[in-house]
Design a binder for this molecule. Structure first.
Ligand SMILES: [Zn+2]
Ligand SMILES: [Zn+2]
Length: 230
């Protein structure tokens, strides 16, 4: 089964490798698509999203792997998240990730709840000590909560799994890779999901159903080996 990972970075923001280099490693690792979700905020969104869109077009043309432009809305005040998400989508971002209240950062309080309530958001990344109220809001809107293989942001994976399970919110695993070596492998996905407290059966379900559910919510379908949506 192809791997999916909707949270990766490149030199378009603070990553160490360019999109083609990252996408080549995605192909080598068995990914079914390449998703570039570089950081944007209210000041950078207008310039950066078109760069991400162009990079994904180049990746799809040169490597033949479906490539989806995305963003990670990062260090934006809670009150501005919906506006930045709408702008990013209008400029061509197919998936909207929000940089949640990770313990690895001084995230703005209220970001988890604002992202979970925003219908334009697809994934609340590394949400730290997420509250039951934010997880319940995510269930209502269909926002997926992220379990991360990043050892920087993954301190609270067990908490995220516990609260998501209690509130019925959907889970997804991503790498948040800033360099090719940090991208997911099949083995790593299983290790991190089970290590976060999921049973092997639930880990398999998150792995199988999470990416498809995120894509389906936007009308995107990426069957293995298929062309990227226009
Ligand atoms: Zn982040
Ligand atoms: Zn990130």
């Amino acid at each position: 089964m192809a791997l999916f990972d909707f949270h990766t970075h490149t030199t378009l923001s603070d990553g160490a490798a360019d999109p083609l280099t990252m996408a080549r490693r995605c192909l080598a690792n068995g990914y079914g698509a390449y998703v570039c979700s570089d950081h944007v905020d209210d000041r950078t969104v207008a310039d950066r999203v078109p760069q991400i869109v162009a990079a994904c077009r180049q990746v799809a043309a040169e490597l033949g792997i479906p490539a989806l432009p995305a963003v990670e809305i990062t260090r934006v005040e809670a009150s501005l998240i919906a506006r930045v998400a709408t702008a990013a989508r209008r400029l061509g971002a197919e998936l909207i990730v929000v940089h949640g209240e990770t313990l690895g950062d001084h995230a703005q309080p209220g970001v988890n709840l604002a992202a979970a309530r925003c219908p334009e958001v697809d994934i609340l990344a590394h949400p730290g000590l997420i509250t039951a109220a934010a997880a319940a809001a995510a269930r209502e809107t269909g926002v997926h909560l992220e379990v991360t293989s990043s050892n920087f942001h993954g301190l609270t994976n067990g908490h995220v799994v516990r609260i998501a399970t209690a509130e019925g919110a959907s889970l997804l695993i991503d790498s948040d890779a800033h360099r090719p070596e940090a991208l997911l492998t099949s083995e790593r996905i299983d290790q991190v999901l089970v290590g976060s407290g999921l049973t092997p059966e639930r880990a398999a379900a998150v792995r199988r159903d999470g990416p498809a559910a995120v894509l389906a919510r936007r009308g995107l379908v990426l069957p293995q080996g298929a062309a990227a949506p226009a």
